[in-house]
Design a protein around this ligand. Sequence first.
Ligand code: ADP
Ligand code: ZN
Length: 731
Amino acid sequence: MSAVTFYHEGELVAVLTAQPLDRLLDYKAPEGGCLTGAFVEVPLGPRKVLGVIWGAGAGDYDIAKVRSVIRVLDVAPMQDGMREFLGWVADYTLTPLSAMLRLATRSPGLGDPVSMRKVYRLGRGAPDRDTAARRRVLEVLQGYGSLSFTLKELAEMAGVSTSVIKGLVKQGVVSEEESPRDLPYPGLDPDYGGVELTEDQAVAAAQLRARVASGEYGTTLLKGVTGSGKTEVYLEAVAECLRKGRQALVLLPEIALTAEFLARVVERFGASPAEWHSGVTMTERRRCWRMVGEGGAQLVVGARSALFLPYQNLGLIIVDEEHDTSYKQEDGVIYSARDMAVLRASIDSAQVILASATPSLESWANAEAGKYERLVLTSRYGAAELPEMRAIDMRAEKIPGNRWISNVLRREVDDRITRGEQALIFLNRRGYAPVTICRACGHQIGCDHCDARMVEHRFSKRLVCHQCGESKPIPEVCPSCEVEGKLAPVGPGVERLAEEVAELFPDARVAVLSSDLFGSARELKAQIVAIAEGAADIIIGTQLVAKGHNFPLLTLVGVIDADLGLQGSDLRAAERTFQLMRQVSGRAGRVKKQGLALLQTYQPEHAVIRSILAGDEEAFWQAEADERRIAGMPPYGRLAGVILSSPDVKAVFDLGAEMARHDGPLQKIGARVYGPAPAPIARIRGRHRVRLLIKAEKSAALQGAISAWVAQFRLPNNLRLQVDIDPQSFY
Ligand code: ADP
Ligand code: ZN
């Protein structure tokens, strides 16, 4: 990458814009000149668009027609490492650079003039009446000297309502001022709080601190069962990073987890970090983006796209629950945030910590191969032990066809309710019933736009397509045979399970945790907190509950269908089932009492079910790794998917077949093409989808070959071609 250069007014510069043009554009540097990396506004046709000075202009365009950069924006220039990172990700994922810039500037109004807002700092005098709440506010402000805070921050830090602060403002004890909106975030104190670590936690923390202090790149897999203190340990690495004056990023797989995590950051560092995810308001997003660039944010907690913020000096990236599939972005720029975190850290000489109770096979293999360090926390914190795990053989259970809770599970749940403990009933299926069938003609109601069946959601009284989100009212008559009143639900979703639970345990308090039942992340968080405090006897949940929440009273987990993930032909089916079952089971007995996890299954002798029950992880990974190695599958070989989609079914198959025939560039690197085949979901939103799969050896130069291969074909109008390097899901 070229070094940072200053361009004098009128000199030619190459500008990268976020517009879908596949090249850099030449402009003349503006009055006052500009530096490489500067964010600028440039004219493009009749419009003004955002761009970044990428380097010297190419000079291959009629100089008389080259226009001038309009102005340099008042934000920190893009760092050299960031430009390098965007370039690498673009090359790796075969994405145009312009799309990378769009991803890196997802914050509205970057060039707007600075707007103002109210902030609060220590005023004069003493309050007329001294209350505990008022004292806390003053203590916080005194503790920070002359710093000012927003109303919300101050209220949170002091643990008081905003009216307490307003009361103090009236008396002048706290002063209210106008200040630029994009304030730096409150300083985090690495030595503010923290628990006394157990011996193996302390050993792990010391190693991580040393790695962070080294100032070099490295990746560590931090493995430990749920509740073993991984979070406590990696917060020590964050503390060290803050002491070194570098920025830290914590990636979480699920927004619903952020609230719980933020509370822990406040406990550990005395203030809240910057947040970056879809639940953050646009003004806060802008503040976060700008402050990350100026160094006014020391710690960012966010979703995968937080990786593309313009860090000034990034020293540490934590990927919590690193095995989670939501780290793979599946639309637009298709990338794995976990893998790109490692790339970014290697460019910035930063450390990565991949934390998980059940690592992905990729990370496990990288640790085995010595590319990643491995740290293991073996015991759970406190007296808690891993739950006992047992299978319930559903073939031997005598229960009616429209019931899913076995007698064994029922007795155990009853037992927990009597003892005042909690039980979790887990089913990874949203809605009421996965299939609606006509009992007269056998027709199953499908989505009009996709090859997917509509899922009944009784709560919202609609049929919903989980593929495209389309919904419609539940019809009275069968759309196929037009007989009335014969449509019936088949199979359970969590809503239907809730009905069964209400019948079996009429006096129990039941809570259903499913992402679609909550209007906002805030509501969901409130519900989770209430449950943790004992507001429910039985929790019915989807995958959402598998992710890191603490329910101290929970001592029983019942998995309704442990076989669910084993169906289908996904390369990672076994791995995912293993991880999910371990994660869910890990919810039981997290605090003091030993928990029990019961897995309902029709195939108790299946190798995956057996290894879950035996708790023999190494054996599972080893067996799974051997199978993949023999088959040349990831992580021992490489895969890429190409999805062609179009409203015209013939066009996608024709092009797919032509691509498979003209595979010269792929043959050159020894890669093979499979397909075209209908994608597992062959139609989404009215577009037909065909998939080609490319398999190559690990060392093959896959991206270059795919580019050359794809470049041979002309895409008909309306046909979209998407490349997915290292595909995760097989849709
Ligand atoms: P994990 O991230 O591995 O699931 P956590 O770090 O969340 O584990 O720890 C589980 C619970 O135990 C948390 O409430 C945490 O605060 C507590 N905990 C872990 N280690 C300690 C310790 N050494 N001292 C006090 N509490 C601890
Ligand atoms: Zn659909």
